[in-house]
Design a protein around this ligand. Structure first.
Ligand code: C2O
Length: 492
């Protein structure tokens, strides 16, 4: 079904704060007000279509009033806009070409918004100097850096890593704002790609967002790759590695016959909780500060539609129930997602209308556990315009990358898209030498070619989830298997 709404606002920026779903047309009127027309098309989100009433009931009362007033005020005078908006639902604008970010994209950067909060995060409008193509230089004879599970670092290794990480962020925070490697600018580039300030070249009104579609995984891999390079450069340590917060591991096993880390990692990493250090962030919710509270991966982003409104509620589950829910979530996200569209996300091509709604085009890799963890931490992590300002962002995303890698290893049709509109999409980002690099999606698909690999950890507790006859996944994980990297390893 189709729902139509018009939202009046103060200016284009505030308006795009109301971006919801479907096609959006902005028009600046003579009175200085602008109107956003949002034609929403409700689609089946997997558990049956939502009625408009159900959809509305998940909106805040404030948004409803806003919408009603806007509608009444505008209906009488803006008929042509309404017609144009409705028509746009039936016109396919996709050019079947990849999204390409150019100098022009930076030049036309404007104010964006996400979850109703405006975002002023345009990087400098003019890119100085050359743009250099990036292609990973894989040297099979060079040892890979091993990204490890934070919860298994102990003794000297833990002390050294914590010191380096905290020094790295202190150095990054101390860089001047005009340095693209600074902590502030790292946040800005994510914000520019993630809250609508960049627009597609073809049309002044088509935004582009690297969230909630098939760009989520490759864009963030590129971002984390250069972020890691910047930390290496600042620390003068080319082997420095961004380890991962292994939040999906809920069961501790004896490690005698398994190389790797087999310890539960579902607590907030303590190295981020020292208020005197650069890795601290005071705005996180109380949840992150409770040392024995496991993270809740089971918050369902699709129930929070459209994105925004009040922060979600996380009930207090017993440890056993939380472990069970987290296992079920991981299984649903990774094992049940048996094709690229479900795991990676749906296509987004040049000319497409951005859909800012997790129920429509986002892959399961993005929805759960990724969005759940952002929400669970809260504070700066709630919003795309601020989340990289909490340093835990990078360790969260390092784990998302590991889960992507694991998804490939599970096989059985779990493979990245072969569509050239995905592979040849191009992004621009500054590297560790402040040089602007042009990166194609195809350049970041294999973590090995970027020099990294992941320590083996206990994924069994959720890979085997469905096979478990118990209400907790512990049955599965206590079986004597070695690696648990494919379904056939379960219950050997
Ligand atoms: Cu761009 Cu975890 O988000």
């Amino acid at each position: 079904m189709i729902l139509f709404s018009l939202l009046p606002g103060q200016d284009i920026g505030a308006l795009s704060a109301s971006r919801h779903v479907g096609s959006t047309i902005l028009e600046r009127l003579a009175d200085g007000f602008s109107y956003e027309c949002t034609c929403e098309s409700f689609v089946d989100s997997g558990s049956g279509s939502k009625s408009a009433d159900e959809h509305f009931s998940s909106w805040g009362a404030h948004q409803l009033t806003y919408l009603r007033e806007g509608f009444m005020m505008v209906l009488s005078t803006r008929l042509p806009l309404i017609v144009q908006c409705l028509l746009s639902l039936f016109v396919t604008t996709s050019l079947s070409a990849p999204i390409i970010i150019t100098r022009e994209t930076f030049k036309t950067c404007r104010r964006g918004a996400f979850n109703g909060v405006p975002a002023d995060c345009c990087p400098p409008k003019f890119i100085q100097g050359p743009i250099v193509d990036f292609s990973p230089k894989y040297n099979p004879s060079k040892p890979l850096r091993v990204r490890k599970a934070l919860q298994c670092l102990t003794g000297k290794e833990l002390t050294i890593y914590t010191e380096k990480l905290q020094r790295g962020y202190a150095l990054m925070r101390a860089l001047p704002d005009d340095d693209p490697r600074s902590f502030k600018r790292q946040n800005e580039i994510h914000c520019a790609y993630g809250t609508g300030p960049f627009i597609q070249n073809a049309s002044a009104n088509l935004t582009l967002d690297i969230h909630l579609n098939w760009f989520f995984l490759p864009w963030h891999r590129m971002f984390i790759y250069f972020h890691e390079k910047i930390l290496q450069t600042l620390l003068k340590d080319p082997n420095f590695t961004l380890h991962f917060w292994n939040f999906d591991s809920s069961v501790t096993l004896s490690t005698s016959e398994r190389p790797g880390c087999f310890k539960a990692g579902h607590f907030f990493p303590p190295m981020y909780l020292d208020p005197s250090k650069s890795t601290f962030e005071p705005n996180r919710t109380y949840r992150a500060f409770e040392p024995s509270r496991p993270v809740d991966l089971s918050f369902d982003a699709t129930q929070w539609n459209p994105l925004g409104g009040v922060p979600p509620v996380f009930p207090n589950y017993t440890l056993e129930e939380q472990v069970w829910r987290n296992g079920a979530t991981m299984y649903k996200s990774v094992v049940s997602s048996s094709n690229a569209s479900s795991f990676i996300g749906k296509p987004f091509r040049a000319g497409d209308v951005q859909i800012v709604d997790p129920t429509i085009a986002a892959g399961n890799s993005e929805k759960w556990p990724h969005i759940s963890v952002h929400m669970w931490i809260g504070g700066l992590m709630y919003l795309a315009q601020t989340s990289p300002r909490d340093p835990i962002f990078y360790h969260l995303h390092a784990n998302v990358e590991r889960i992507w890698d694991l998804w490939h290893k599970l096989g059985d049709g779990r493979a990245d898209p072969s569509d050239p509109d995905w592979l040849d999409a191009e992004f621009l980002i500054w590297d560790e030498k402040k040089v602007m690099r042009r990166v194609k999606v195809r350049n970041v698909l294999d973590i090995k070619t970027l020099g990294d690999t992941f320590e083996n950890v206990n994924d069994a507790s959720w890979i085997c989830f469905q096979n478990s006859t118990s209400t907790t996944p512990s049955n599965c994980s206590s079986t004597k298997t070695s690696m648990y990297q494919s379904r056939s390893d379960c219950h050997k």
